[in-house]
Design a protein around this ligand. Structure first.
Ligand SMILES: Nc1ncnc2c1ncn2[C@@H]1O[C@H](COP(=O)(O)OP(=O)(O)OP(=O)(O)O)[C@@H](O)[C@H]1O
Length: 782
């Protein structure tokens, strides 16, 4: 058995055959299937695709049987035997999950080369039992020409064929003949291009992959080098999100050893967006990535919206690195004058000098605040105990009794504990931030960078929920405070030792199984770290991705950030800490920026974190929005002072945008009827009402009373056929039709920044209806 990703090299027209096992569980039957000739038609391609699915099913069956066998063996034998079994079991499970995920439209392309070689391109690489290459993984270097070859630069390609599948069924072929001499040989040339067919398709509410139709400018970005920061700038609908996700899949393929254990983090603006994109990577056979919205950047706390844009802007500044450091330092303080504590009925005077020695020794450890506190406590307790001992010695005229118990007595004395806490209170990131925002004097003392007015804006009562903009501040505080539990350091050391032991065992196991896996043609599916995680002697076993998702200190091999223009400097600061090699793909559009901290220049945005080794690539074709709507959006942007690069569009569009004037009190009713009118116009599909925040709830209620269950709610709302949201929430999403309510108010609520309205105008793939009771913003009329 072999199913890896080395190049396919099968001459196209000679009658090459592949030997394929028959289906079913019975005895193996061998049958030969010829590779379709260059002028193959639908029937021949169907036969070949049938062969590929046959191979997929066989592999699946094989893995299922192997997994069942390993599981039957049970947890017996030496630690190393168990590790080996676990290694195999995880590998089979991973592989099975991957084989299941790629079932839909397994293969999509065929290349016929000048050399006579024919390559099939699909979601994974497949070879026959006899090690004959059947299909190339789209990410393999040899598959690159499928996306790159053009009539001007053929790169040895005579013909590129798209196989249009619905699930497992070949429904059509589409040929691009790059060498005109092939024209006579080819009888097939089928209708609409694969790209247009994909773009016209109704939206499901979840983003799909674009693997069959990646365009050359996108492919270059997807396969770009992993090192450093790559920014992909592009207008709406240019495929930035799609490219970012396919790049993650590509990097996981090309650097599997490194990235499988370190992991890839994908960051997006909010949870609706994260559920919109969550299926793309699994459909490409990749499951081991961690996805996080900006609200979840600090594990364990889901930030609510920061409603005041000024507050969000203040919290986004890098000044907080210093403010939080001062806030932490300010929580270590000396006593102004000596204090008396009573231990065992004896009064002991604690002097500022004794406390200072404790503070200095603790700071000298260089450990985070809570961990250094252990040293502080140890030093001061010892000093008090020694003083107490001297007093007791004096009283008992030096009878030399054993007084080693005194240290424990001092440590457990309530008065001593109060004094120690007064000087060095154990803190969690949450308490620290809560204190900063609820104690104006504390904030004033540690944040001279903020004006009095800014400090006032930050004030809030204790217990208020943490916001998205607090997440990076919590993270920064956690970094400086360290573990709260004094025993955590010891526990951590114990766990580290246990992990190292597991890792050593796992390395031996992987060494043993690797040759057997290689024999089977499987490489790089499991690292020693994965096996070690399975054997970890504490808690349930977790995959690298699961562990990374809950561990604030996890460092990733690569980070992908979508809607990157919206991130504040503090959010970048936290993200860069998670990727020490600074291997980052950031995709976004400066023109769509709407958050209070949105970047207006990519180089400026990254200057604090990296030197000038920043690569900026641009995408220039809008695949989502028809030309008529793009023109409207660009006109409105320009009329409101926003410079946007004019985009090329792939589709003209079938429907002119409709602009309806309505009375203010009729807006919601008009939105409800507008949805029905849009469904009538476009047929089935997802219609979104994009409304100002003030009208959102009443709009949603109006829609629910008219359409009931059809109206989506929460993160999974996009899978229904009607949704209502603000322009901010619509960022990154797309719909078949959009009903846009009161554009003047959208502009106003973004404080005159056009970004949100520009976003709203570019969300639709087919049709747009604008409802306005007030004057329309500039640019709406020609
Ligand atoms: N090469 C392609 N083949 C098929 N569909 C594509 C291709 N490129 C982009 N698309 C489709 O175009 C639409 C827009 O893509 P995407 O959401 O990635 O754009 P974007 O640049 O992130 O947009 P925005 O900035 O407006 O959120 C999606 O439906 C995507 O699947």
């Amino acid at each position: 058995m072999s199913d890896t990703n080395t190049p396919a090299a099968v001459p196209a027209q000679q009658t090459t055959t592949h030997s394929v096992r028959g289906s079913g569980q019975g005895p193996t039957q061998e049958r030969d299937v010829a590779l379709p000739p260059l002028d193959a038609g639908l029937e021949e391609e169907r036969e070949y695709v049938g062969l590929l699915y046959q191979r997929l099913d066989d592999l699946r069956e094989e893995k299922q049987a192997q997994l069942a066998k390993v599981r039957r063996t049970g947890a017996v034998g030496t630690m190393q035997n168990q590790s080996e079994r676990d290694a195999f079991a995880t590998m089979y499970e991973d592989r099975l999950a991957q084989l299941n995920a790629v079932d839909d439209r397994l293969v999509f392309g065929r290349l016929d080369l000048d050399s006579g070689e024919c390559r099939y391109i699909g979601r994974i690489g497949l070879t026959s039992e006899g090690r004959q290459r059947l299909m190339l993984d789209w990410r393999a270097p040899e598959a690159g020409v499928f996306y790159q070859a053009t009539a001007f630069d053929r790169q040895g390609v005579r013909r590129r064929r798209h196989l249009l599948l619905k699930r497992r069924e070949v429904q059509g072929l589409e040929d691009e003949v790059l060498d005109t001499s092939v024209l006579e040989e080819s009888t097939e040339n089928h209708g609409d291009g694969a790209l247009l067919a994909a773009l016209k398709a109704r939206r499901t509410g979840q983003m799909g992959d674009i693997v069959a139709t990646i365009q050359a400018e996108q492919d270059r970005i997807i396969r770009a080098d992993r090192s450093g920061v790559l920014v992909v700038q592009g207008g709406p609908g240019t495929g930035k999100t799609a490219v970012a996700l396919h790049r993650a899949a590509y990097l996981l393929y090309a650097h599997r050893d490194r990235l499988k254990s370190a992991g890839v983090l994908i960051v997006g603006p909010n949870s609706t967006f994260m559920s919109y994109i969550e299926r793309v990577l699994p459909s490409l056979g990749e499951t081991g990535v961690v996805m996080s919205s900006l609200a979840d950047l600090y594990p364990g706390v889901r930030g609510v919206e920061e409603t005041d844009p000024q507050v969000a802007q203040i919290k986004g500044r890098l000044d907080w690195v210093d403010i939080i450091a001062s806030a932490v330092r300010a929580r270590q303080r000396n006593i102004p004058e000596p204090r008396i504590v009573t231990v065992e009925g004896v009064e002991v005077t604690v002097t500022p000098k004794m406390i200072r020695r404790g503070l200095e020794r603790a700071r000298a450890t260089g450990k985070p605040y809570n961990e250094a506190r252990t040293t502080f406590v140890k030093v001061v307790v010892k000093e008090i105990a020694e003083k107490l001992e001297r007093i007791l010695e004096k009283r008992s005229a030096g009878n030399g009794a054993d007084r080693s118990y005194l240290v424990e007595e001092v440590r457990s004395s309530r008065e001593v504990r109060v004094l120690l806490n007064l000087c060095w209170l154990p803190r969690t990131p949450q308490n620290l931030l809560e204190d900063l925002f609820s104690k104006p004097k504390y904030l004033a003392a540690v944040a001279p960078q903020l004006t009095a007015q800014e400090q006032r804006l930050l004030q809030r009562s204790p217990g208020t929920a943490f916001t998205v903009a607090d997440a990076p501040l919590l993270d920064e505080a956690a970094e400086l405070l360290g573990e709260l539990d004094e025993s955590a350091g010891r526990e951590e050391a114990r766990q580290k030792a246990a992990r190292e032991k597991d890792l050593e065992n796992a390395r031996k196991a992987v060494e043993n199984v690797t040759p057997q896996m290689a024999e089977m043609g499987i490489e790089g599916f499991l690292s020693a770290e994965d096996v070690a995680a399975l054997n970890a002697d504490s808690g349930p076993s977790m995959s690298a991705a699961e562990r990374a998702g809950v561990d604030r200190t996890w460092t990733y091999g690569h980070v992908v950030v979508d809607e990157a223009q919206e991130l504040s400097p503090m959010q970048w600061h936290v993200l860069f800490r998670r990727v020490p090699l600074k291997s980052v793909t950031a995709v976004g559009d400066i023109a769509q920026g709407s958050s209070p901290s949105a970047s207006t220049d990519w180089r400026e945005a990254f200057a604090p974190f990296i030197d000038d080794r920043l690569r900026i690539e641009e995408l220039t074709v809008n695949y989502r929005t028809p030309r008529i709507m793009v023109e409207l959006a660009e006109r409105v942007a320009a009329a409101n002072g926003l410079e946007v690069t004019s985009l090329r569009t792939v589709r003209e569009g079938d429907f002119e945008p409709i602009i309806e004037r309505v009375d203010a009190q009729e807006l919601i009713h008009a939105a409800v009827t507008g949805v029905a009118a849009e469904h009538e116009r476009i047929g089935e599909g997802l219609v979104a009402v994009i409304a100002p925040a003030r009208l959102l709830e009443s709009t949603r209620e109006g829609l629910i009373s008219a359409y009931g269950q059809r109206v989506g709610r929460g993160a999974g709302s996009m899978t229904q056929d009607i949704v209502a949201m603000t322009a901010e929430e619509a960022k990154g999403l797309e719909f078949d039709a959009v009903v846009l309510v009161e554009p003047a108010e959208l502009l106003e609520e973004a404080h005159g920044r056009i970004g949100s309205l520009y976003v709203a105008l570019t969300r639709s793939t087919h049709s747009l209806r604008v409802l306005a009771s007030r004057d329309l913003p500039a640019g709406f009329s020609v």
